[in-house]
Design a protein around this ligand. Structure first.
Ligand SMILES: [Mn+2]
Length: 485
């Protein structure tokens, strides 16, 4: 597990990156589920990254120019009565003795102490992705300024975003972090393997989820990386399906996008397999195409490449394959120019992976795709979803440029950009196209977790098979877990 020295090393690095300025970083807040019951608490990833402190209602202050209190924690104070009801608190004593803070204060003193610390400073860093908290800091600065100007005292007039500082640090994984990420991948794969053994016609989606979660908890994972998607048959065509309350049907596929969190690192795996253990020829055809797209993306995922190239490889393979199967009108280069693949593949091919399943970090630098470097981790997850409700495609004849879309969305906002695009599509016209009936209702995604290392590209989740013959062999094995039905 991550020990205190690695948090201290991150804080030192973070302080280097903000120069002599001060940074204020808030913990996650508890959220009410109902009455006096809260949702299960999970610490904010940025806050965890710097502190290793798991309580809500806390704030970390990093103040590299302070002579002896460069790391200060504001925490819930010890309170015997409250602790009997709601659990242990480290308190100010624990924050100093166990979490390495140079000083600690009760959270109620935050504004008062910050005002003192702000004297003589020009810039205050805070993660702007925590919107309401950065607004609170901005309000504090404004209030302080009005008084300070009167007395000629210098106080900060600039609020700077700490989120990109976290992004750059979190994007590059250290050896210790990679160990945890690999472990998250390994145990998540064990759960997927059990799901292949465990699933059978007649049981419920959430029962398959339970079998996977049992495996993960037993291997030391305290929680899932994200809500599991266990989608039988046509449910696979709903991308973020997580009702998980349908019965599994003989002859359908089961798409499972689910993974464990381990040591605050999330894996992210999708496998699709036949519920009765044998692919139909149509299912196998679609499956093989998605798998070859994933392999082609994997081949481009090398040091120096970009996530755009990784995505492009899947788009090219899927487009050619879909035309070949008669699922899109050809020729292939025309289908490419019109982005027809979006009829069946609506999401990106991958995203950064780390403390959060869709981890923070920019995909571009100066408007250009950033290069993959050693220590970066991401998913590769092409898919094909053939909605049963959409047998007649209405294909737009508009030739579409991805760059234009990004630029527009930035300048005019997503809703306005979408509206303008719809207008252009209408102007360019449409053609209708019948999807071959035998493919309707099939949804397949295959997703693995990738790491760029000095020795090449590593698939951290390859231990659960994606080769269709190996998948069928695993489905044929007896489950290791009992079914209580
Ligand atoms: Mn994913």
């Amino acid at each position: 597990m991550t020990d205190q020295s690695s948090f201290a090393a991150r804080r030192a690095d973070f302080m280097d990156r903000i120069g002599g300025e001060i940074a204020i970083v808030p913990a996650a807040r508890e959220s009410v589920r109902n009455d006096d019951v809260h949702h299960v608490f999970r610490q904010d990833s940025d806050f965890w990254y710097l502190t290793g402190f798991e309580e809500p209602d806390a704030v970390a202050v990093l103040d590299p120019s302070h002579p002896d209190e460069s790391y200060v924690l504001f925490v819930r104070p010890k309170d015997r009565e409250t602790e009997i009801w709601d659990g242990y608190r480290a308190g100010v004593e624990g924050a100093i003795n166990d979490y390495g803070a140079d000083a600690a204060y009760p959270i109620a003193d935050l504004d008062k102490v910050l005002k003192e610390r702000f004297i003589g400073r020009r810039t205050v860093y805070t993660p702007m992705r925590r919107g309401t908290f950065s607004q609170r800091i901005a309000a504090l600065m404004t209030g302080l300024r009005r008084v300070a100007i009167r007395y000629g005292r210098p106080v900060p007039d600039q609020l700077a975003d700490a989120s990109p500082v976290f992004d750059e640090m979190r994007l590059h994984k250290t050896a210790d972090e990679i160990d945890l990420l690999r472990k998250a991948g390994e145990i998540s794969a064990l759960g997927h393997a059990e799901a292949m053994r465990f699933a059978r016609p007649g049981i419920q989606e959430h029962q398959v989820a339970a079998a996977m979660e049992y495996v993960w908890r037993m291997h030391g994972s305290r929680r899932n990386g994200y809500p599991p998607i266990v989608a039988g048959g046509v449910n696979a065509c709903i991308l973020h399906y997580n009702e998980n309350n349908a019965s599994l049907n003989d002859g359908d596929l089961l798409l499972i996008d689910a993974a464990a969190e381990y040591g605050y690192f999330s894996a992210d795996i999708t496998r699709t397999f036949p519920i009765n253990g044998r692919f139909t020829p149509e299912q196998r055809t679609i499956y093989d195409l998605v798998l070859s797209a994933q392999n082609d993306s994997l081949a481009t995922a090398v040091q120096g490449s970009t996530m755009t190239s990784v995505h492009q490889a899947s788009i090219d393979t899927l487009t050619a394959g879909l035309v070949d199967l008669g699922m899109l009108p050809g020729p292939v280069d025309r289908a490419r120019r019109m982005n027809h693949f979006k009829e069946f593949f609506m999401h990106g091919t991958g995203h950064w992976l780390g403390h959060d399943v869709h981890d923070s970090g920019s995909y571009g630098i100066d408007g250009k795709p950033r290069r993959l470097e050693v220590g970066m981790s991401f998913t590769i997850e092409p898919g094909i979803y053939v909605s049963p409700d959409n047998p007649t495609l209405k294909l737009s004849l508009l030739e579409f440029e991805q760059e234009d879309w990004t630029e527009r969305r930035m300048m005019m906002g997503a809703a306005a950009a979408k509206k303008l695009e719809a207008k252009e599509r209408d102007a360019a016209g449409y053609e209708e196209f019948e999807v071959p009936a035998q493919f309707l209702g099939i949804g397949v995604r295959i997703e693995d977790d990738i790491l760029i290392t000095e020795h090449g590209t590593e698939n951290m989740t390859a231990s659960v098979p994606s080769d269709p013959d190996e998948v069928e062999a695993l489905c044929a094995e007896a489950p290791t877990l009992p079914f209580f039905g």
